[in-house]
Design a binder for this molecule. Structure first.
Ligand code: SF4
Length: 384
C-alpha cells in the first residue's frame, strides 16, 4: 500500500508562510486539523482562493463563529452506544471517529475532540438493536469515515448486517474517495470484500462526498471505477460551502463531472450551524439561487439532487423560494405527524437555518412547537 503521509499539525504544512501557520495553530487547538499529502498536493498554493485549500486549511474566523457543536442534536438520537435511530426505517452506526482528513466545515467535529464518548469500537449492542428492530431496512455506516477502518473490521460490521434479512440497504458515507483514493486503489481486498456483500438482491451504496470538481482527479476517478466494478452503487452528497462551491460555475462543473463518472448527486446540504462553521456557510436564499442557476445548465441526472437541511426535527427540503417567501417540506421527520409537512416562511436573505425563519402560513413554528420535547440527550445510551 502506498505510503500516504498524514499531517495533524498545521506547522507541517510548509506551503503556508510561518506567520500564517502560527495564527492557524490557535484555530487548530479548538478544531482539529488533519490532512494528507495527496489531498494537499491538489492545492494551487499561488491561488489564495483555491477551493481545496478552503475545504482543508483552517480560517481564523472559525474562532469567532459561535454555534452548537451538535447543531442537529444528534446526541438525542442514540439508542445504543454508537447507534443512532431517528427515522423508523434508518439506523446509523457511528463506526469510527476519524476521517482521512478533516473538512473545516465538519458537522461532526465534536467526534474528533478528546474525551468524546459517542463512538465505540464495540458496536455489538447497536447491531443487536438493529437485529431486533424489523422496521429498520436501511443502515448507514458513518463516523468519521468508515473507509478509514481496516477492510477486515469493515467486513465484520457488514457481515453482521447482511445476516439480518430486514436490512435491505447498507450505505457507507465516505469522503475517502476524495481525500485518499489510494485507500481503494492499493487495497484489492476492499473491492473484493464489497463485491461479496453487494449482491444482485441487495446492493451496497457508497455515498461519496465530493465538494468540488478539482477533487475528481484521475486517481479519484480510478478509485470510483474500482468501487463500481465491485458492484457498489455510488451517489454523492455535499454541503454548499462559501469559497469552495458557492457559485453556479463551481456547481455546474461538479454536477456535470459527477454525472459523467457515474456518481449522480444525491443531496446538497445547507451548511449546519455547528460551532466554527459560520465562515463556510452560505445563507439559504443565496444557496438556493446558486443551486437553481446551476441546475438550469446541467442535464437531468446531474441535477436530480435535493437541497436539504439536516435539522434536529428532520431532513427538511428547501423546495422553492419566491420574492417574499420560502417553501419548505419535511423530507424525513423526527415526529410522525411532521412527515411530508409543507411550510411557508417569510423570505429572509440573512437566514441560515430553519430557526431563523418566521412562519407565513399561520402555522406555529415547528421549532417552537417542539421546544422542550424529548430533544435532550439519551445519555444512558451514549458510550461510557
Ligand atoms: S468527511 Fe464528513 S465527517 Fe469527515 S471531516 Fe468531512 S464532513 Fe466531517
Amino acid at each position: 500500500m502506498r505510503d500516504i503521509r498524514y499531517l495533524s499539525d498545521i506547522e507541517q504544512v510548509s506551503n503556508l508562510p510561518e506567520q500564517t501557520r502560527r495564527q492557524l495553530a490557535r484555530v487548530t487547538e479548538a478544531y482539529r486539523f488533519r490532512a494528507n499529502d495527496y489531498y494537499l498536493s491538489l492545492i494551487d498554493w499561488d491561488n489564495p482562493d483555491d477551493p481545496i485549500r478552503r475545504i482543508i486549511v483552517p480560517d481564523v474566523s472559525e474562532l469567532s463563529s459561535v454555534g452548537d457543536l451538535d447543531a442537529s442534536n444528534e446526541r438525542s438520537n442514540y439508542v445504543a452506544p454508537g447507534c443512532q435511530h431517528k427515522y423508523p426505517h434508518t439506523a446509523l452506526l457511528i463506526c469510527v471517529e476519524t476521517c482521512a482528513s478533516y473538512c473545516r466545515y465538519c458537522f461532526r467535529k465534536r467526534l474528533f475532540m478528546e474525551n468524546q464518548k459517542e463512538t465505540t469500537r464495540n458496536l455489538e449492542e447497536g447491531l443487536e438493536y438493529i437485529r431486533g428492530n424489523k422496521a429498520i431496512s436501511n443502515v448507514l455506516l458513518t463516523g468519521g469515515d468508515p473507509l478509514t477502518l481496516s477492510t477486515e473490521r469493515l467486513e465484520e460490521i457488514i457481515r453482521e448486517l447482511r445476516s439480518m434479512d430486514h436490512v435491505g440497504v447498507i450505505r457507507i458515507g465516505s469522503k475517502t474517495p476524495a481525500f485518499n483514493p489510494y485507500r481503494i486503489i492499493d487495497d484489492p481486498e476492499l473491492p473484493a470484500m464489497l463485491s461479496r456483500y453487494s449482491t444482485r438482491e441487495k446492493r451496497i451504496y457508497v455515498i461519496t462526498h465530493f465538494d468540488v470538481v478539482e477533487e475528481l482527479t484521475n486517481v479519484a476517478c480510478l478509485g470510483l471505477d474500482i468501487l463500481m466494478k465491485a458492484g457498489v452503487v455510488l451517489t454523492n452528497q455535499t454541503p454548499i460551502i462559501r469559497g469552495a462551491n458557492d457559485t453556479p460555475e463551481a456547481l455546474v462543473k461538479l454536477m456535470g463531472k459527477l454525472s459523467y463518472v457515474g456518481v449522480p448527486p444525491y443531496y446538497f446540504f445547507q451548511c449546519r450551524p455547528t460551532a466554527g462553521n459560520r465562515p463556510y456557510a452560505v445563507p439559504m436564499a443565496e444557496a438556493y439561487e446558486t443551486l437553481e442557476e446551476a441546475k438550469r445548465r446541467v442535464s437531468g441526472l446531474a441535477k436530480r439532487a435535493r437541497y436539504v437541511m439536516s435539522h434536529a426535527l428532520g431532513k427538511i427540503e428547501i423546495v422553492g423560494m419566491s420574492r417574499d417567501f420560502f417553501f419548505l417540506k419535511f423530507h424525513r421527520a423526527r415526529y410522525q405527524e411532521d412527515e411530508g409537512r409543507f411550510m411557508m416562511f417569510y423570505r429572509n436573505d440573512e437566514a441560515y437555518w430553519l430557526d431563523d425563519l418566521i412562519p407565513a402560513d399561520g402555522q406555529p413554528h415547528p421549532v417552537h412547537e417542539r421546544r422542550g420535547e424529548n430533544l435532550t440527550p439519551r445519555v444512558d445510551a451514549v458510550a461510557q
